[in-house]
Design a protein around this ligand. Structure first.
Ligand SMILES: [Zn+2]
Length: 478
């Protein structure tokens, strides 16, 4: 970062500070969608109610759709959009590995109040030990039935909650209580070793019947936060633990961001900021512009709000349908729309770790603050191919952003993304890229300040100029 000007450094830091702010609030996919929704609404995006067909999508209009409160799509239809022009799409995921409370989560063990949890996704679970943990998510409430009163309020009320205090911890086992073999292997039993402790029980021998939905203190805290202490009870919940220590900008030259959930909220942030930076230009364009943020990537994407659900397909159908009068017309326009669309699947990449440098192939080892990473895999774990990759190199050149290449080693396993799912389901040409990251799936990951800034610049440029660039593609054999 030595060669960049003071003004550029300040701009980079401002972007990173804003992203840290976003990360601090976006403690679950529900909260991430809530924060993004509010940023988009401030910029004039109109929420489209679920399944409402009476809202006509106008050229020059900005819309937002949500699913399950944990996935979101933002849509800008250019004023000069012609049917079948297609869309510039950026897709990312809102979820990260976490510990999720079981339905009957509260139990007492050796005088301690402990929470039963399910592992969500493939976390580096050993990083969750000795952390200050807080709890957030979604609860469903109902009004309590009052003693013998037959009149009941049958309504269910859904609320987001964030306790926002370090209420729990998973302490390590003391070294003296581990055998030499256990110390060496660092083996974790995900069922028995990962249960967070919230307090010393005050039940004095009176154990819970078998288990409680939630510990009383947690229920009371949630209800009191929602201002519903006396009248309501929690019927059900989706609550997750998260690191109560928020994101920080660190390093001797403030070049790193250390935070939970960088994979993949850093991409969600950059996609949305890229969209917001260019929105006034996009409103005038010939294309449709979409940012689609999905939940459930970490567990395979197979859900109504995952990438295998049809959020993107439904939005595209809706846009295409508006200019058509017969099913045959819809079908042919849709085909043309998909053929002319392009999707950037934005997800974090593995940066080379100086202490484990041999885990990368040395000519494809992206470094932190070295630029955005194009991901390739011969088995198509990533959707990138030569043309999509070449187009992105061009966009990066226009945006003044550096590109790095990543290919996994043949003797190591490779991750995957929503890129192949989207491209397979829709037939839309897709590329996989993202910022380089250290400690992917740790409770505290590390990325670079310059890379975050570059990704916002890149996504803005992609949304703005992809169409012109694609039109300038010189023909070949195809
Ligand atoms: Zn990811």
């Amino acid at each position: 970062m030595q060669s960049v000007s003071q003004a550029t450094k300040e701009k980079m830091l401002d972007t990173s500070i804003d992203m840290c702010d976003f990360l601090r609030q976006a403690v679950t996919p529900f909260h991430a969608v809530q924060v993004i929704k509010s940023r988009l609404r401030q910029a004039g995006f109109l929420p489209i109610p679920k399944q409402s067909d009476d809202v006509t999508l106008q050229r020059g209009g900005k819309y937002l759709f949500t699913r399950n409160g944990s996935s979101l799509a933002a849509l800008v239809i250019g004023k000069k959009y012609a049917p079948s022009n297609g869309a510039n799409i950026i897709a990312a995921h809102t979820d990260s590995p976490t510990l999720m409370l079981k339905p009957q989560s509260g139990f007492v063990e050796r005088g301690m109040e402990v929470c039963g949890v399910q592992c969500y996704g493939g976390g580096l679970w050993h990083t969750w030990f000795d952390r200050d943990l807080s709890l957030a998510g979604r609860v469903v409430l109902q009004r309590k039935a009052t003693g013998g009163d037959a009149v009941r309020d049958l309504g269910l009320h859904v609320h987001l909650v964030n306790i926002d205090k370090p209420i729990a911890c998973i302490p390590n086992l003391a070294i003296h209580l581990q055998t030499a073999d256990e110390r060496e292997k660092l083996t974790i039993n995900k069922e028995t070793h990962l249960a967070p402790i919230t307090s010393v029980s005050r039940r004095e021998g009176k154990a819970l019947p078998s288990a409680a939905q939630l510990h009383d203190d947690i229920s009371m805290e949630i209800l009191s936060q929602l201002g519903k202490s006396d009248d309501f009870e929690i019927v059900d919940h989706e609550l997750c633990f998260y690191d109560a220590n928020g994101p920080i900008i660190g390093g001797m030259r403030k070049e790193f961001i250390r935070s939970a959930r960088l994979d993949n909220l850093a991409s969600c942030y950059a996609a949305v900021e890229g969209l917001l930076e260019t929105v006034s230009i996009l409103e005038e364009s010939e294309r449709v512009h979409i940012v689609a943020l999905y939940d459930h990537e970490e567990i395979g994407s197979r859900s109504l709000c995952g990438a295998e659900g049809n959020l993107l397909g439904d939005i595209i159908d809706r846009v295409v349908r508006q200019d058509c009068s017969t099913p045959a017309e819809i079908s042919s326009r849709r085909e043309a729309f998909l053929a002319n669309s392009f999707c950037v699947s934005a997800d974090c990449a593995h940066a080379v770790h100086p202490n484990y440098a041999d885990k990368h192939e040395s000519r494809h080892a992206p470094s932190i603050n070295g630029g955005l990473v194009l991901k390739r895999n011969a088995s198509m774990k990533y959707a990138t191919q030569a043309i999509s990759s070449a187009l992105m190199r061009k966009i990066a050149q226009i945006a003044g952003v550096r590109i790095q290449d990543f290919v996994g080693r043949n003797d190591k396993p490779c991750g995957s993304t929503i890129g192949p799912i989207i491209s397979c389901q829709t037939g839309i040409e897709t590329v996989d890229m993202g910022i380089p990251l250290l400690a992917m799936h740790s409770i505290r990951e590390t990325c670079g300040v310059a890379d975050v800034n570059d990704s916002v610049k890149f996504f803005a440029e992609f949304l703005r100029s992809f169409h012109a660039l694609k039109n300038a593609l010189v023909g070949g054999d195809e």
